[in-house]
Design a protein around this ligand. Structure first.
Ligand code: MN
Length: 228
């Protein structure tokens, strides 16, 4: 059988230190998963069940890229996040077994058109235009868990043109990686190739046109992209 139009390329992220690629199936994101970020967004960081949104797999942008300033926004925000790469799928995965499903980790930026997200929130509409737009998911190469283990502590930070804007520690995740996987896999059957952006700490803000955005998670990687 032939495709009637050219099939899309497989979205993928490099594996650190190799010439291999990790194919991306879906991109899930966790909302408000650090207390100080929940507060800065005007919410009470009580431990209500985690909630999720998603980005298209082809929103991935390679580390080091220059990203055109996204269309239809005047308030592009940065959210630095630990990214979890799922290597083994499953539904209703218990937290105690969840790390068996993790292939590796990366550092990502959950780029957000905050003005469009804000309008959607106000109108009770979906977040897709604010979160799931083209090139909204810069991501570093993945470091395998077989090499770095499963990080649960370590500095997470982001800087704009060298000035640090976000500076926290992944130990402050409200929902830990195993707990995220337990909840997420109760809503979707996870598949190999799924990525999970695990949430951002406080200090989110606008990215000026032309800015160089850098960030990292200790032991996982460092990211650098230019916007505009
Ligand atoms: Mn986020």
């Amino acid at each position: 059988m032939n495709y009637v139009i050219a099939p899309p390329a497989v979205s993928a992220v490099p594996v650190d230190g190799t010439d291999s690629l990790f194919p991306v199936h879906r991109i899930y994101c966790v909302g408000r998963n650090y207390a100080e970020h929940a507060r800065e967004m005007g919410h009470d960081p009580n431990r209500e069940a985690p909630f999720f949104f998603s980005k298209p797999a082809d929103a991935i942008v390679a580390n080091g890229a220059s990203i055109p300033y996204p269309m239809a926004t005047r308030d592009l925000h940065h959210e630095i996040e630990l990214v979890v790469a799922i290597g083994k799928g499953g539904a209703n995965i218990a937290a105690a077994r969840a790390l068996d499903h993790v292939w590796g980790y990366a550092v990502g930026i959950d780029l957000t058109r905050r003005d469009l997200q804000g309008e959607a929130k106000k109108a009770g509409r979906p977040w897709d235009s604010g979160k799931g737009f083209d090139r909204a998911a810069p991501c570093t190469a993945i470091r395998p868990a077989s090499v770095i283990g499963h990080p649960s502590t370590g500095r997470i930070w982001l800087a704009i043109d060298g000035t640090v804007k976000q500076d926290s520690d992944i130990s402050k995740l409200i929902w830990s990686v195993p707990e995220i996987i337990e909840h997420l896999s109760g809503l979707w059957e996870l598949q190999p190739g799924d990525l999970i952006y695990s949430g951002t700490p406080e200090g989110v803000g606008a990215i000026p046109r032309g800015a160089r955005v850098t960030g990292g998670v200790d032991g996982v990687g460092e990211i650098a992209v230019r916007i505009g």
